[in-house]
Ligand binder design. Structure first.
Ligand code: TTP
Ligand code: MG
Ligand code: MG
Length: 449
């Protein structure tokens, strides 16, 4: 462990850090809530994500009974219907899930004030200071599991480790209802046999590049010399090398929960057509606003990302006068930010991201927003959940033949798959940690030839 690569001066890799971090993640969250509320669904294959097996749209999640048939998140509902014809298909009830999510968070906060939610169903806890009161990490993990089960009626999986990275990988290892403890000093050995897809920051593309070096497991990666990783993958290479050895100085920060929700779109053919560009921004804004509402949050900042045909990328950001979860203000801001930047250029990629997220106050639903407008939006959300994102489209979008809308931005923590499964195609990489630059090699599309 020769070199330090740590931006936090207070935490040193060489000196053993005496931290206990828990990562908790609800099991089959949306589906589990439905099974909790409707006992007749327990033990059955439940698929949450839309109107039915013949509808557009994708699976949000599937109960473990449905996963046996190969159904998983982000799979088209049609495919899920073919794999699991007897599945019970239910619409997404975003408000209910965010209410339950808050209940779980309240339980977690009883064990430590240092709770960092990273998506609707998962959080990191630093329980270092709670051990005197509640016992060691394992004891706290068990106590949290029974509290969530008794009080909220759901099962969670917990990972206990000295670092966030290892705790997160651990919580995923024995799902559902798992508890995996990685004792201090055993991190590298724990990680070594696992496939590299489990490592934070290694996407499908990176995995393919690494396989050229015979890297299959995290241990294979850990064994590669740093200078080779750095030569081949730049700054990020060194970072994933450190991670493979279990090093991760990132701290649990109770502020700054979900950081952003963003959608990106890469054009099939680079475009300088104003109509195409503006329609695309509208579609992206619509997708972002829908997900803000699903997550029960409002955004105070809008960022656009613009990449031109020579791979030159810029971002422009603006704070809104008032936090919002509606398409209109997000689109108008994105448009104003993008217009001067796209003029005279061929555009390859556009992105719209909402950040500065705060929980939507249910009362304010009828506050500054026009209540009639709000009801229309809620009705649209209902249809969108039932029939998929393309069911409702503004007149301007209907005229377009935009390709399938809105790839998920791999950097968004809300409602996101933060791990890749061994048996599933690699899913989006994990959310970035605070202040971290996007991983260039994680981005599956955007490495210039
Ligand atoms: P996950 O924690 O990734 O998945 P899960 O809780 O359903 O299952 P498990 O953790 O046991 O593997 O996501 C939490 C919720 O976020 C999930 O219940 C539904 C939602 N979600 C989506 O809507 N779309 C997605 O692509 C993913 C991955 C999750
Ligand atoms: Mg989960
Ligand atoms: Mg999760």
């Amino acid at each position: 462990m020769g070199r330090r690569r740590c931006d936090h001066p207070e935490v040193s890799f060489e000196s053993p850090i005496d931290r206990t971090i828990l990562h908790v993640d609800l099991d089959a969250f949306f589906a589990a809530v439905e099974q909790r509320d409707r006992p007749e669904l327990r033990g059955k294959p439940v698929i949450v994500g839309g109107g039915g097996p013949n509808q557009r749209g994708v699976v949000s999640t599937a109960s473990y009974e449905a996963r046996v048939f190969g159904v998983h998140s982000a799979m088209p509902l049609r495919t899920a219907g073919a794999l699991c014809p007897h599945g019970i298909f239910l619409p997404v009830d975003g408000r209910k899930y965010s209410r339950v999510s808050k209940e779980v968070l309240a339980v977690l906060r009883r064990f430590t004030p240092l709770v960092q939610p990273i998506s609707i169903d998962e959080a990191f806890l630093d329980v270092t200071g709670s051990r005197k009161l509640f016992g060691d990490g394992e004891t706290i993990g068990r106590a949290i599991k029974s509290a969530v089960s008794d009080e909220v009626g759901l099962t969670i999986s917990v990972g206990v480790a000295r670092t966030k990275l290892v705790a997160k990988i651990a919580s995923d290892l024995r799902k559902p209802d798992g508890l995996v403890v990685v004792p201090p000093g055993t991190e590298a050995a724990f990680l070594a046999p696992l496939p590299i897809a489990r490592l934070w920051g290694v996407g499908a593309k990176s995995a393919a590049m690494l396989s050229e070096y015979g890297v299959r497991t995290i241990g294979d990666l850990a064994a590669l010399p740093d200078d080779l990783l750095e030569r081949r993958f730049g700054k990020v290479g060194a970072m994933i090398g450190d991670r493979a050895r279990g090093l991760d100085a990132d701290t649990v920060s109770e502020r700054d929960p979900a950081k952003s929700i963003g959608h990106e779109h890469t054009f099939d053919v680079d475009s300088s057509d104003r109509e195409v560009i503006e329609r695309s921004l509208l579609g992206l804004s619509e997708g972002v606003a829908g997900r803000l509402r699903d997550s029960g949050v409002k955004a105070s900042t809008v960022t656009v990302k613009i990449r031109d045909s020579s791979f030159h990328t810029i971002t422009r950001q603006r704070r809104l006068k008032e936090p919002t979860d509606l398409t209109g203000p997000i689109f108008r801001t994105a448009l104003e930010l993008a217009r001067p930047e796209v003029r005279g250029k061929k555009i390859r990629l556009l992105g719209v991201t909402a950040s500065g997220l705060g929980e939507t106050d249910q009362l304010s639903l009828f506050g500054s927003d026009d209540p009639r407008r709000r009801r229309v939006v809620e009705a649209e959300d209902l249809v969108r959940h039932r029939y998929g994102d393309r069911a409702i489209t503004r007149a301007r979008l209907v005229r377009s033949r935009l390709p399938a809308p809105f790839e998920r931005d791999p950097m968004t923590p809300v409602d996101m798959r933060t791990h890749a499964r061994d048996d599933a195609p690699p899913a989006s990489p994990a959310p970035l940690e605070a202040g971290e630059e996007p991983d260039p090699i994680v981005d599956d599309d955007e490495v210039p030839a």
